[in-house]
Design a protein around this ligand. Structure first.
Ligand SMILES: [Zn+2]
Ligand SMILES: [Zn+2]
Ligand SMILES: [Zn+2]
Length: 306
């Protein structure tokens, strides 16, 4: 935790207090993480296992070569994503497009993972509104599993899995939280968290880069409404994890995959958190004692007033 009166993500206002951003003002800023998980120049792998002692068990290793970036949404220390004017959220979406293209074009990057951790409940140490980007040297396992399910479904039905989910949700209606011309936000049938919301583009596209101007605006409206809905639910800024799932950047064809957002807020009620505990961690089974239809109706009523 930095000292209370120092925020490394605020602009540098004086020579004495230099932050991560050496400017006295900024709009949106992206820079490489000072304490990165992946590095552009990782250390060499040590190959000290002698071949004569080779066991039937072998661990595979690779260099942790990748790029980690921080995205500061605004220079205002207390202006969160949901407080920002729509035009500014549109600009942020364009920054995400730019980073996806730029990082994804590097041959050692296979996946561009854009996400935001928000709130101390999630373990966030800097409250200044910001998100992160991990450019992975491999496709991370959650995405790999989604890709595999999507591919299987596509092969069997000649249709996109996510487009089919959208059709079902539009027919059923009970799990929809917000819908506009270009996006649908709903609590999926298979939600692990009580207020888990997924945002799908109505048009079948694989990445954020394929969004056109009108869709960028529609998306910013949905994001703003959803997060404000979360905040109005219990009367405090809802912490959450927000992730963007999109096609890998390894040059392969992912026609069967569909671009979307996922939000995981950890609260079950105003003063109860849901924890990842024995069953979730050790048995891979999410226990959710609420129905997505009920929670979606609750959230929809609040969002409709915004
Ligand atoms: Zn700040
Ligand atoms: Zn689709
Ligand atoms: Zn997903």
């Amino acid at each position: 935790m930095p000292p209370k009166d120092f925020c490394p993500l605020c602009p540098t206002k004086s020579d004495k207090v230099v932050t991560e951003i050496p400017r006295d003002n900024y709009d949106i800023v992206v820079f490489e993480n000072k304490f990165p998980t992946f590095s552009r120049t990782p250390g060499r792998l040590d190959s000290n296992e002698s071949t004569s002692e080779r066991s039937i068990l072998s661990y595979s290793k690779m260099q942790s070569r990748g790029i980690c970036e921080v995205v500061c949404y605004t220079q205002e220390h207390d202006l969160y994503l949901e407080d920002m004017p729509l035009q500014k959220i549109c600009n942020l979406i364009k920054v995400w497009q730019d980073r996806y293209l730029n990082l994804g074009s590097k041959n050692f990057i296979k996946y561009v993972f854009i996400f935001e951790n928000k709130g101390k409940e999630i373990g966030v140490t800097l409250s200044h509104p910001h998100g992160q980007i991990y450019a992975f040297p491999y496709i991370p396992p959650v995405v790999l599993e989604e890709l595999s399910s999507s591919k299987k479904f596509y092969k069997k039905n000649k249709k996109c899995l996510h487009c089919t989910i959208i059709e079902n949700e539009l027919k059923d209606k009970r799990r929809i939280v917000i819908k506009n011309e270009d996006f649908i936000a709903f609590i999926p049938f298979y939600a692990g968290w009580p207020y888990e919301v997924h945002i799908y583009s109505l048009r079948h596209i694989g990445s954020i880069c394929e969004l056109i101007e009108q869709e960028i605006l529609s998306l910013s409206v949905i994001i703003k409404k959803l997060i404000n809905g979360y905040n109005n639910l219990f009367g405090f800024r809802m912490p959450y994890v927000m992730v963007i799932h999109q096609k890998p950047t390894d040059g392969r064809d992912y026609i069967y995959y569909h671009f979307h957002f996922e939000f995981y807020p950890p609260y079950r009620t105003k003063n109860k958190l849901k924890y990842m505990a024995g069953c979730e961690l050790g048995a891979g089974t999410f226990i959710n004692d609420t129905l997505p239809e009920e929670k979606a109706a609750e959230l929809k009523e609040i969002v409709d007033k915004i």
